[in-house]
Ligand binder design. Sequence first.
Ligand code: CA
Length: 227
Amino acid sequence: MRILVVEDEHKIANSIKKGLEQEAFAVDCAFTGTDGFDLASSEEYDLIILDILLPGINGIEICKKLRSKQIHTPIMILTAKGQLEDKVSGLNSGADDYLTKPFAFEELLARVRALLRRPLSSQGQALQVGDLTLDTLSYEVRREDRKISLSAKEYALLEYLLRHPNQILTKEQIISHVWDYDANILPNTVEVYIGYLRTKIDKPFPDKQPLIQTVRGFGYRIGAKNV
Ligand code: CA
């Protein structure tokens, strides 16, 4: 999952980035409102963390402008302590949640996970395709009750695939949701990582149907049955 952090205090922005990267998220930072709006409207993010007081355009305006452009990426507003009006206008402008500064990283992480989970509320915290499950809270991946150990990037890739079961995902879509802007990933890298995942998820189960399918000329799909 790829997250945009718009925050002019470099220290806060960088510590959020570092913390989220340790949790296998891809993170871009913007340090002005203008850059934040440009990135949010040109790149594909799964979540935006947005400060209110920013040079250029403020967070409330960014939020309104994105929603008026039909960009519905979940937005979490960061407000300074006690500024109740900010929270209210943030939520009124189309934000999904807010967090008061200063905050504990654990709380930010919990809210990030809750926002990303929203469309999946009926399924709870686990993503599943066939006999493969991924628990988004414990990071545990299992197939047929066998525990599978993945690197952070492999996990991020599998999570993205599992959030779109039976859908064809292009390499470009995968790159833009699994890697950050600075990563300069080539389509070949996606092939390499798909290969790593197959080695761990499909190859150890030779008598089962492979879950990851290549759709020639289009991309990849994860699903329990071949279509
Ligand atoms: Ca600020």
